[in-house]
Design a protein around this ligand. Structure first.
Ligand code: MN
Ligand code: MN
Length: 468
């Protein structure tokens, strides 16, 4: 066999893993960049789960979706959603086929690692006022000092009045920061392990330094409370019933001389929220009912009534069965056992600087398309929902027929570590599930990096899955 023939044979037999930008025309690249602009815009309006739900509900309503309570009955083609306490949301486009044959679900999560305020956050020390925090999700604490932070969330008064807070995003707004020690005096700190360099109790947000003009104690704290009282009509006690989150006050931006990437906070997993939500907007009269999940609390174990472990999602699907007029005992279980799902969560992209934690043949690479994880888990697949080969083959077929670029990978080297997603929770209901999301660099940091190519392929992948 000559060299050319051997090259041809290789092309035919090998799993070619090539950079996805290579085959893209100028026009196709422009479509990717245009879509990425929409994503960046959405990210800059949606830094917390509450903002994601608010903006996503608005997008859905603009595309003909109505709350399930606005429907007396449901029919094929209807577009319906349920907003769960402003923090998670489920959407569906009712299919033409009998729902008993199952539904097609794509599920992402809206929450991201951050710093939450403690219930009693405010104190004064040495002429400064501070807010104490409790971090949410897996963070490297040292990454959260000496960067601009904004405050987002709600304060709810006992009379039910809800005050929405968002300070530090507008250029006219002040920002906040957590200070770090100067290197000149950091000899002891610098000897510590990275994980221990910053103590959780030292992640205190600096918020003011002007004393109140009067002869009382805690003048700086009083001055801050006076400002908050004039601005929001609240007292210190009202902070007891607040949910205030600190997130990086840095905008999501296009990145690189070639503008091929996106840098921004919270792409885990808002990138999968945006790609699945915008894909669902394109779905009209699907065969199987198309369902999109935007869940909460994934980063801390999916607990609570807005997390995926709650039964609120089951109730939403039951309500659909009721309003289709088909419900009967055990039908919900049957629907789930016949259903299929892409668990839309980000994947660890191979970072050449830290390549030693990845196994090159089984890593996701930025720019090679949407990343599938047959299983997640850690060290011996512990805790993994391992997708069946039959289901993996079906998803491969859908993607290959629709020319969607995909890669199948693991999170890292076998003995190094691992992670999880909401996949197992839906698999427990009997649904066939595989993880399918976008590879990310600097995951869980204040400034995560993704490829615009993968962003667009995720959008195309979810659309193809629902249209299948
Ligand atoms: Mn995630
Ligand atoms: Mn995560």
């Amino acid at each position: 066999m000559d060299k050319n023939e051997a090259e041809e044979l290789k092309k035919k037999l090998f799993n070619q893993k090539e950079n996805g930008w290579k085959e893209k025309s100028e026009q196709e690249r422009q479509a990717i960049f245009d879509y990425a602009n929409g994503y960046i815009n959405y990210m800059n309006r949606s830094k917390t789960e509450r903002e994601i739900i608010e903006n996503s509900e608005q997008i859905a309503r603009e595309h003909g979706f109505k709350s399930i309570y606005e429907y007396e009955s449901l029919n094929a083609g209807d577009r319906v959603y349920y907003n769960n306490r402003g923090k998670s949301m489920y959407l569906a486009v009712i299919g033409n086929q009998n729902i008993e044959d199952g539904i097609n679900i794509v599920g992402a999560h809206a929450d991201s690692p951050r710093l939450d305020l403690k219930p009693n956050p405010l104190y004064e020390d040495s002429g400064f006022a501070y807010l104490k925090t409790h971090y949410y999700g897996g963070i490297k604490k040292y990454q959260w000092t000496a960067i601009p932070l904004s405050i987002h969330g709600v304060i709810v008064k006992t009379n039910g009045e809800k005050i929405n807070v968002k300070i530090g995003e507008d250029e006219q707004d002040p920002i906040f920061t957590i200070t770090d020690l100067l290197p000149h005096l950091a000899q002891e700190q610098m000897k510590k392990k990275l994980a221990e360099a910053i103590d959780g109790e030292d992640l205190n947000l600096l918020i003011g330094s002007i004393p109140f003009e009067a002869d009382v104690s805690e003048k700086v704290k009083l001055n801050i409370l006076n400002i908050l009282n004039l601005k929001y009509g609240i007292t210190e006690k009202d902070l007891l019933s607040s949910e205030l989150e600190l997130v990086p006050a840095m905008p999501c931006r296009s990145m690189g001389f070639d503008s091929s990437m996106v840098a921004g906070y919270g792409q885990d997993d808002k990138i999968c929220v945006y790609t699945s939500l915008t894909a669902l907007m394109n779905i009209q009269n699907p065969n199987k009912t198309a369902v999109c999940i935007i869940s909460d609390k994934e980063e801390i174990g999916s607990m609570g009534n807005t997390g995926m472990e709650s039964h609120v999602f089951d109730t939403f699907i039951s309500e659909i069965l009721n309003k289709l007029g088909v419900n009967r005992p055990n039908l919900l279980d049957k629907v789930f056992c016949n259903s299929k799902m892409l668990s839309a969560d980000v994947d660890a992209g191979l970072d050449p600087i830290y390549a030693s934690v990845s196994e090159k043949n089984n890593s996701s690479y930025l720019g090679r398309g949407v990343g599938l994880n047959k299983y997640t888990g850690a060290k011996g697949k512990t805790g993994a929902s391992d997708a069946n080969a039959e289901f993996v083959a079906e998803i491969r077929r859908v993607f290959e027929e629709n020319n969607v670029r995909y890669q199948i990978a693991e999170l890292g080297k076998v003995d190094v570590g691992g992670g999880g997603t909401i996949a197992y929770i839906l698999a427990n209901k009997g649904i066939d599930v595989i993880d399918c999301g976008v590879p990310v660099l600097s995951m869980h940091s204040p400034y995560e990096v993704t490829s615009k190519f993968d962003l667009f392929e995720a959008y195309r992948a979810y659309e193809a899955f629902w249209k299948n």
